[in-house]
Design a protein. Sequence first.
Length: 71
Amino acid sequence: MKQETAIEWFVDELQRAGWIPKDSSIMNYVILEAKKMEKEQIIEAWNNGYDEEDRATSNPNQYYNETFKSE
């Protein structure tokens, strides 16, 4: 089972509470941009935290996709 990102959790909670609509194109855009920013932060953290040996066998996009991507 893939991990849920903080943005995904937050959006789900707000939608469940009825505070943001599920079908708003503006909100969908804002959510998409927040997810992109979060992905960049996760990749940057990977780059800052992995040593050269880890980099030889993996990369930040692979790590992100294996850990968080549910599609």
